[in-house]
Design a protein around this ligand. Structure first.
Ligand code: DGJ
Length: 726
């Protein structure tokens, strides 16, 4: 998968479906030659032709001989060359990959090749999430460069897998200067494209509108997807795609860009005057000034590129398979098919032991196998308690509730929010320094009556972890909802060495990762769902630890449909938390039609349910359980875009193409309107029976003629259509 041609110093990486090729040019600069579908090997002979060297001739002064070197046949130039490590404050005026403030305050970087290594497997990190390679099928290239002015080394890592069309990158910056240097930027990957014929697909959002897809053309300026809120932010998600203008869902070139990181990030897509594009992805450089002490190494988080020569859907499958095959932890045994009931929307803070017991009895009738006691087990409102983690024994007898659940064969889980602290808590009163904010300002921001816990402080982490650990150990809980409800503001640690204050967003998330890592190692059999005021921290960093993420506090089917549609573009459904809620619109069965395309459950008060409601629940559960494997492990295809059409629709096809399940909703019914829903991803030769008209049709009929929905699809009514091969 990784080949080195010493003649032209050419590295060729990839698998059967893509190639990524670069070489070390005569100046020692790694320069990109090709990224695309597999082609004949690029050899020394093709190097010049594959490089864009138009523009200013590259020349330099040799300061040792005082001679100027001008190259007719330049190795690269600053405006058009595609390079792996664009320098800072140098000949290349596009954005740089790494920026350093040297000990003399110079900011010039100039990295040149020293050596490389090709190894089996891929790097892992002790303190950060990463793409896993448990079967050791990956190969990794490490290219070491040295700054021409200082003893600073840059190691660029590239990993490829045989089964996913992904190139994984990270960088390590090693300081051998003997004195401190400061990083002012440390991105993880650079991709220069020799065309600007692309548009950028990304997810933006806000609270309860967590991820909405949008697409914009790349012109002659920079598009920046950035998050500065620390470990929580809805505004942009750290995933994107570049779609070649002639590419569609199943045709043409699409390049995915992603990060395995949960704090401030940046994906910059810079269109240049030369009609090229430079993509940079990694940690955001917002308020970033990170010291590297002598002999220390700074490691950037992992970023990756997904390649598809067959349109958007294949890129989506690349993201999904990467997450499913190489990121997620295994779900605890016996918890593969969960139907949960969560107390939040149904009861909010208003419950006691009797109420929980009544809910559990109803849950049993519903066929629920996991009950989640959300916020409220230690308090009656959100103004106090975070940090103390003291069960409110007057409000509930937790042991009694759990014993009752277990007697009914229902597992039990709890909500926590470990990385936060209410100022109305004993912990804050005893340790105000555990709250993360600058104490010298008069009015530190409180959001939801709370501060962020200083996760850079090991003592604060240990204190809270010990309390959470004690509860999970004492009650032998099966599930944890790990929430995070406010962003970082006035970020300053009262205990962190002042040298690191401008690295605080990164150090904060490293602290969060440490606590999560401790939790999952201590409780490997607990199903973990992360959450952040809905889906404010929906990323691959979290998914290294958690099995699933609550997708949004918006549970109305109409807006939720587009949130899930957008989320599906990058994240597999098995990680997308989706519940049937008590919201007014639509019946349980109809709401279940959407929730089943995610980690399914209910979030309502079932205590007053009559038989007809229980019957609806049964239908919704059965549909979810029947289609579980197709939805969780199959391939996803969008069918109708809710942002461009009057419909929302998608489908999942299992990998063997024997079964498929479709979600469809008409926003506004127009009588007798022609509507043929063309299905995707089926085997054209197989015949599938559908449960809409009960008839069987060939796969190619469904895909070319379509499912005829021209009649009778009322407005705002979700449908699930199941297909089974005969
Ligand atoms: C925000 C989450 O998104 C909700 O589901 C719920 O857990 C509340 N927090 C509880 O405070």
């Amino acid at each position: 998968m990784i080949h080195f041609d010493p003649q032209g110093k050419i590295f060729t990486l990839g698998n059967e479906r893509f190639r990524y090729v670069f070489h070390i040019n005569a100046a020692g600069v790694p320069a990109k030659l090709y990224f695309g579908r597999p082609i004949s090997p690029i050899t020394e002979n093709e190097v010049r032709a594959a490089s864009n060297l138009a523009g200013d001739v590259y020349a330099y002064l040799d300061t040792k001989t005082n001679e100027e070197h001008i190259f007719d046949n330049p190795y690269f130039n600053g405006q058009t060359s595609a390079v792996e490590v664009p320098p800072h404050n140098s000949f290349d005026k596009r954005n740089s990959l790494i920026a350093i403030n040297h000990d003399d305050d110079s900011s010039v970087t100039d990295f040149r090749y020293v050596r490389h290594e090709i190894t089996k497997g891929k790097p892992t990190f002790a303190d950060m999430p990463y793409i896993r390679d448990e079967d050791c099928t990956a190969e990794t290239l490490m290219v070491e460069l040295k700054d021409s002015r200082d003893e600073i080394y840059l190691r660029c890592f590239y990993s490829v897998f045989p089964d996913v069309d992904v190139l994984i990158r990270h960088n390590e910056i090693i300081n051998k200067t003997g004195h401190d240097i400061h990083l002012t930027r440390a991105y993880s990957l650079c991709l220069d494209l020799q065309s600007n014929d692309y548009s950028l697909i990304s997810l933006h959002g806000t609270y309860a509108s967590d991820r909405e897809v949008e697409e914009q053309d790349v012109f002659h300026n920079e598009i920046v997807l950035e998050e500065n809120a620390g470990a929580k932010g809805f505004y942009h998600n750290p995933m994107a795609m570049l779609r070649k203008h002639d590419a569609s869902n199943d045709h043409g070139e699409v390049i995915g860009i992603g990060l395995v990181y949960s704090s401030n990030f940046k994906i910059s897509v810079m269109g240049t005057q030369m009609e090229t594009i430079r993509v940079l992805a990694g940690m955001s450089d917002y308020d970033f000034y990170a010291p590297i002490a002598p002999n220390e190494t700074f490691v950037t988080p992992e970023a990756f590129l997904v390649y598809s020569s067959q349109g958007i859907d294949k890129a989506t499958h690349g993201f999904h398979d990467l997450i499913r095959n190489h990121l997620l932890r295994k779900v605890p045994e016996g918890m593969e098919k969960i139907v949960l009931l969560n107390s939040w929307e149904g009861n909010m803070f208003d419950f006691d032991t009797d109420k929980i017991i009544a809910s559990l009895n109803a849950a049993k009738r519903m066929g629920v196998n996991l009950f989640v006691l959300d916020d409220g087990w230690f308090r009656n409102n959100d103004t106090y308690g975070l940090g103390d983690w003291k069960l409110d024994t007057e409000k509930i007898d937790l042991k009694k509730a759990i014993d009752h659940a277990h007697a009914l064969g229902i597992r039990f889980g709890l909500w926590v929010e470990p990385e936060q602290i209410n100022f109305n808590s004993d912990l804050y009163r005893e340790h105000p320094e555990y709250a993360l904010f600058d104490p010298r300002i008069d009015h530190p921001t409180t959001l939801r009556h709370q501060f962020v816990l200083d996760m850079t402080n090991p003592e604060a982490r240990d204190n809270v972890f010990a309390k959470i650990e004690a509860i999970f150990a004492e009650y032998e809980l099966d599930y944890c909802k790990w929430d995070f409800n406010r962003m970082l503001t006035e970020a300053y640690s009262k205990t962190l060495d002042r040298r690191y204050q401008h690295e605080i967003y990164h150090r904060f998330v490293l602290g969060s990762y440490k606590m999560l890592d401790r939790f999952v190692k201590r409780f490997p059999n607990v199903l973990l769902e992360t959450c952040s005021g809905g889906g404010g921290r929906f990323d691959m960093g979290m998914l290294f630890y958690s099995h699933q993420i609550w997708a949004s506090d918006e549970t109305d089917v109409v807006p939720r449909s587009s949130i899930q549609y957008s989320t599906n573009l990058f994240y597999p459904m098995k990680v997308i938390g989706a519940h049937v809620s008590a919201r007014k619109l639509l019946s349980i069965k109809e709401k279940g039609a959407l929730a089943m395309f995610g980690t399914f459950g209910y979030e309502l008060d079932p205590c007053g349910f009559g038989q007809s409601k229980f019957d609806e629940v049964k239908i919704a559960n059965k549909r979810f359980l029947d289609n579980h494997d197709t939805i969780f492990e199959g391939d996803y295809y969008p069918l109708m875009d809710p942002y461009k059409t009057n419909f929302v629709s998608w489908m999942c096809v299992d990998k063997s193409k024997d079964s498929a399940v479709i979600y469809f909703m008409n926003y506004r019914h127009i009588n007798w309107r022609a509507r043929f829903l063309k299905l995707r991803g089926l085997d054209p030769k197989k015949t599938y029976r559908n449960n809409l008209d009960g008839k069987a049709y060939p796969g190619d009929f469904y895909m070319e003629v379509g499912l005829n929905l021209s009649d009778g699809m009322p407005s705002l009514t979700p449908y699930v259509i199941e297909l089974k091969a005969k």
